[in-house]
Design a protein around this ligand. Sequence first.
Ligand SMILES: [Zn+2]
Length: 66
Amino acid sequence: MARETYKDFDATELYCPRCKRAVRVRKRLLIILPQGEKYDYSCEHCGTTVGDKLVTMKDSARIVLR
Ligand SMILES: [Zn+2]
């Protein structure tokens, strides 16, 4: 699994390893954790998860990417 850091993860297009090109993604709330809300980004075409992000509640401006 690719571990890249995206500065702006709310971009409408991300690279999909399955489609082998930049694709439009769907953002959805995956789970609410004690440390914040985790969002999942999946490819609009094949549904492959292309990334996720954790938005902390303490400081919503700080986005931690894994
Ligand atoms: Zn895809």
